[in-house]
Ligand binder design. Sequence first.
Ligand code: ADP
Ligand code: MG
Length: 471
Amino acid sequence: MPPETSGQMVACWARIRGRLRDEVGEVEYRTWLRQMTLAGIDGEEAVILLPTRFLRDWVNSHYGDRLRALWQGEDASIRRVEIRVAQAASAEPVLADGEAAPARAEPAGLAESLAPSRPAELRAPEPRSDWVVPLEARFTFDTFVVGKPNEFAHACARRVAERPASPGFNPLFLYGGVGLGKTHLMHAIAWAIREGETARTVAYMSAEKFMYRFIAALRSQSTMEFKETLRAVDVLMIDDLQFLIGKDNTQEEFFHTFNALVDQGKQIVVSSDKPPSDLAGIEDRLRTRLGCGMVADLHATTYELRLSILQAKAAAAQVLVPAKVMELLATKITTNVRELEGALNRLVAHANLFGRPITIDSAHEVLHDVLRAHEKRVSIEEIQRKVAEHYNLRLTDMVSARRARNVARPRQVAMYLAKHLTQRSLPEIGRRFGNRDHTTVMHAVSRVSELIAQDAGFAEDVALLRKMLET
Ligand code: ADP
Ligand code: MG
């Protein structure tokens, strides 16, 4: 007997959904629960449908009890809630159900979509209106620290979030080195648009995922659905576009999607590690189109920005980090914000674990390896050049066979510094000093150490050289 529905039940169901939405919050609701429909009441059982097996299992295990309690609150005669997979309305295969689930579900969803034959129940209709996107909760505009190097990119991102598809800002092309905030800004745009007044649909994915979805669609002969789904969104965001370099078919597909969306007045946001003009291996016509909206770069961070980021993160984590420690991190870890964050997190974790405050000493101790890895790399050539300069010699004297004391001693100093300031092995250092034996280098190192201990003037000289090379 098919489950029954009535006007009253529909009203109960609407209230239950509303309650759940209030309880779990909008994001979680949209991710997991939005697609629930009520099939009806079958005796003591409320039957709820979801489009995929994955969603059914998830909702069952995470919200099953709550759903039952809410139903009982509405109608005490209902004792069970049964969640089923809706039978597909059309026989046409469409995109994998992984699309409807957030990041954690990705591997399963992808594997299923790549499998040659999928169970019929996975071929549920794709939600037309919304691709549920796994967005990182931390990556919002509120948590993005603005400074000189990123203020332009930030302003462009804000602008696109406020008014998608405004002339001059479509596409928005964000580029910059690793860990400078591209993904953070993209997620921030997506959050802002999703939370905005107008109901706009946003699809965010990495270029890599775009490719896998495209390949999956090809395999399951559902490229039409792939195209339609993508072309139905209001905002398409593709992260790390450089991944498409050399992937001609995927590029072609992206190009068509891109054109279709822009023609319909939809917004495109793309990120990459290089500007459009440097994307060798991306077709010219695509490169041209990518560059014709707004191109904004995230520059390498400055000391001031790194310091502000650390302050913001420490405040958010509600931990006391001495100014000296932040200065140390901001000075030493200069390449990328992700590493900077990682270092801070380590300090905080360490302090929590041992119940001790963060101090400059503990920072040195805990971050020993990180700080070392970020020490300025000095090359052997640089050492040879500086030492030669200092002792008024020619650079060639560093590698020559001359043994005169005025040449041999500085050469030994240079070897000593090479041993201490680089990661090179003794044989390698020997090779770079005119093909000398490693025992010669060893001798130089111990001779210079002895002299440093005996002769204050000499020690000062070496210390000065060392300082010049290190800073
Ligand atoms: P990218 O995508 O450019 O490689 P991400 O956006 O993943 O870099 O950023 C790396 C990490 O650094 C993230 O945790 C991000 O939150 C953080 N981050 C980068 N720039 C900023 C910033 N200006 N303010 C706050 N956090 C930042
Ligand atoms: Mg990124």
